[in-house]
Design a protein around this ligand. Structure first.
Ligand SMILES: [Zn+2]
Length: 263
């Protein structure tokens, strides 16, 4: 065996070893999450995907209101990447989409449709906490790693190749989380809210509202990435009981006032 062939063999063996590891994301530095998220955010502003990003200058009040909710959630001591990630929040104008999402590195997006659909601040905090948990637990990065495997790992050695990042960022929108990821996000969300003055059952508020409201045309968007079920609601309530069982605040009046800023 020549040295060159041996070298290639070792690289190949290492790749097999890394890709067969169940925690592939542990091999990927969190700088990769930030680079992917930043690239995604750039594209989001360029292409206005499913709606225009509301200007922070023209919509100061609603941004200040949402940033305050976000800060309360991020104060939870159990967040792993509180300092390392960006945790930037943007509102996308589209009243027909009941959704929010958070991509790698802590880039949070909330659709106006979701804000208008919900009834109180604790419910919105619940959805945001759930999305923040996906990013903090690096669920997208783990999925990208399992889909792209060695390519993603090798890209680390290539450096900040922009065209590569553009491709990855595009894939982020098509990812859907596993049942286990959703469970973990729900669990963490209840945990984050239990450190705030919010009622942590707000995490299940969205589902409660979906179940009680007639399942009309608006719903599929959220369900495509977040399978809802009564089981999930039961789990959220059980976790709330285990963690605190404390009746927190809902901030109904404040929330109704905030909605007016979007009109
Ligand atoms: Zn989710």
């Amino acid at each position: 065996l020549s040295k060159k062939k041996l070298g290639l063999f070792l690289v190949f063996a290492l790749c097999i070893l890394i890709s067969s590891c169940s925690r592939l994301k542990d091999f990927i530095p969190i700088e990769v999450d930030k680079a992917i998220g930043e690239q995604f955010d750039t594209q989001m502003s360029m292409y206005n995907y499913k709606g225009v990003v509301l200007s922070k200058i023209e919509h100061k009040e609603i941004y200040a209101y949402l940033d305050n909710i976000k800060s309360k959630i991020l104060a939870a001591p159990t967040l792993k990447h509180k300092k390392a990630f960006v945790w930037q929040l943007k509102i996308i104008e589209n009243d027909s989409i009941l959704n929010a999402f958070c991509v790698s590195g802590g880039y949070i997006y909330v659709y106006t449709g979701l804000i208008k659909f919900l009834d109180n601040e604790a419910e919105l905090a619940g959805v945001l906490a759930h999305e923040i948990a996906h990013a903090d637990n690096r669920h997208s990065t783990a999925q990208l790693a399992s889909q792209m495997g060695i390519t993603l790992v090798l890209s680390l050695f290539i450096g900040n190749d922009v065209s590569f990042l553009v491709n990855i960022a595009k894939q982020l929108l098509d990812l859907s989380f596993s049942r286990a990821d959703e469970q973990q996000a729900d669990f963490c969300a209840v945990q984050y809210l239990s450190y705030t003055d919010y009622d942590a059952r707000g995490v299940g508020g969205f589902f409660k509202k979906l179940i009680s409201s007639k399942k009309d045309t608006k719903i599929p968007e959220f369900l495509s990435t977040h399978p809802a079920s009564e089981n999930r609601l039961e789990e959220i309530d059980a976790n709330w009981k285990k963690m605190s069982g404390r009746k927190g605040k809902l901030f109904i009046n404040e929330y109704q006032k905030a909605k007016i800023w979007l009109k």
